[in-house]
Design a protein around this ligand. Structure first.
Ligand SMILES: Nc1ncnc2c1ncn2[C@@H]1O[C@H](COP(=O)(O)OP(=O)(O)OP(=O)(O)O)[C@@H](O)[C@H]1O
Length: 272
């Protein structure tokens, strides 16, 4: 049995480290609706961790708890072993957490390059006043930010559209630009909100490859939620399955695939 600080090497040679985030007995309510009921699980450094479940299972609510956007009424979130207080979005970003959204949240009128640059906002320390006083420092900062952005653009193979306004791009590429913006923040923990939703088969294959490459190349820990069980099974190290706000499975893709409660939930068998 692994303890919180131990690590292991996967079959494909990646090292999975200790626990970076721990959800302990999380319950989240919206008025009378209980979106999450007493759920516990953890996320380990360097792993790809999926949360799956049918419609209304509570996945988005859980992603919002992980990102710090929702504060649960019960339970606690431990980040690197410490209880995490309620945080504003910029504080979350400073902790090395970045995310994408299910309904793409890009600046449609701006170019791909400018959108990806917004991922660096937290690194732009030089304000307007000091920019005027310290031109050299501001220029250095701009060059550093540009270098990171250009690396991400190369990595995600979107050089050919760098000047294109996002509004003109097909859906699959918009999703990739959103991933690029999240990566530009150089996150330690990347949260992906239904990264394959609305994609065709080819776009899903591309996105899967990029998710694996990001994890492999940068060692980024990735937590993602997905509706479609199939697409995450080949990607993930471990999978949490939710249904009606409860956790009904947690384990490797094989363990989860063979779990009767999970099979029933996906076949729509009622179990109250
Ligand atoms: N802001 C909110 N206010 C009230 N109820 C909400 C809110 N957000 C979610 N809920 C309710 O909480 C439950 C879980 O919803 P959630 O969106 O987390 O599920 P989901 O698994 O992400 O679903 P989907 O796959 O359809 O996106 C649902 O019953 C939903 O109606």
């Amino acid at each position: 049995m692994l303890d919180n600080s131990s690590s292991y090497v996967t079959e494909d040679g990646r090292t999975i480290g200790g626990v970076v985030m721990e959800m302990k007995n999380i319950t989240l309510r919206f008025g009378g609706v209980v979106a999450i009921k007493d759920i516990s699980f953890d996320i380990r450094e360097g792993e790809i961790r999926a949360i799956i479940g049918p419609n209304g299972a509570g996945k988005s609510s859980m992603l919002n708890v992980i990102s710090g956007f929702y504060v649960p009424q019960e339970g606690e979130v431990l980040f690197h072993g410490k209880k995490r207080p309620p945080m504003r979005p910029y504080e979350v970003a400073r902790q090395g957490i970045a995310r994408t959204f299910q309904n793409i949240a890009l600046f449609e009128g701006m170019s791909v390059l400018d959108n990806v640059m917004t991922g660096r906002l937290n690194y732009m320390k030089t304000g307007l006043f000091s920019q005027a006083l310290w031109k050299g420092k501001a220029e250095r900062e701009e060059t550093e930010n540009r270098e990171v952005v250009e690396r991400v653009i190369d990595f995600l193979e979107i050089q050919h559209i760098r000047k294109t306004p996002v509004a003109r791009l097909p859906y699959g590429l918009k999703k990739r630009v959103e991933l690029a913006r999240a990566l530009a923040a150089e996150p330690k923990l990347l949260l992906l909100d239904e990264p394959m939703a609305g994609m065709n088969v080819e776009e899903k294959e591309d996105m899967s490859r990029f998710i694996l490459d990001v994890n492999d190349e940068f060692g980024t820990t990735i937590a993602l939620i997905e509706h479609d069980m199939g697409v995450v099974m080949d990607l993930s190290d471990r999978v949490v399955v939710m249904d009606y706000g409860k956790k009904i499975g947690d384990g490797t893709p094989d363990e989860v695939r063979n779990n009767q409660d999970v099979i029933d939930a996906y076949l729509g068998v009622s179990h109250d």
